[in-house]
Design a protein around this ligand. Sequence first.
Ligand code: 5RP
Length: 238
Amino acid sequence: MTEELKKAAAQKALELVQDGMLLGLGSGSTAKYFTEGVGRLVAEGMKLRAVPTSRATAELAAELGIPIVQEPVGPIDLAVDGADEVDGSLDLIKGRGGALFREKLVAAAAKRFIVVVDESKLVRELGVGVLPVEVLPFLWRTTAERLTALGASLTVRGGEEAPYITDNGNLILDLLVEGGIKDAASFGDALKRTAGVVEHGLFVRMTDTLIVAGPEGPRVVGRLSGGAVARPNSAQDK
Ligand code: 5RP
């Protein structure tokens, strides 16, 4: 069922794609359905180019014959990506798939950032599960100490013996903030000021449109139209 919902959300986002667009292609299982759809549009003759948010997405896009642009001049027209948690203000936690740094760069470079999720990702307050933070491997233990001083407990993704390494050659520390993240903007700012942090998975005021799929079909919610989508915390740590 969840796969059907993810597909339905991605399919709805495809309706926004127009000939000539430069697209941002997200990472993860929901965004993959969007990329596959873009591949179909290209095969049908639509002129599209894309900036992928991870090596995995770049490989998939290449397999599907989607022209890839590494260093675009000017903005991306439309970026579409999944999320791990979405709150009622359409703020997000992303990065449980490990691609948060490039995902944030692509979202920030886009005129319009569309988030596609199934309804299991909706939370009342961010921080139900872990918040991924990408850190430089150099002196990472000291970075971890500064992060725990912010009130979080953390684990090294993959474990210290064989840590997960991002596409950018960095580590991911998965932070758990007990009681949830009360003020995502200020917590994100504090993370950004922490020496050693490359990027964090809080996407605050970046979402233009949320497409959330439930059993009744996909629903479109715009941040600027003040769409509240909150429901009791339910996202599970992946
Ligand atoms: C990867 C991400 C993904 O967008 C996020 O993990 C959602 O993935 P999925 O659609 O597979 O649930 O942020 O870094």
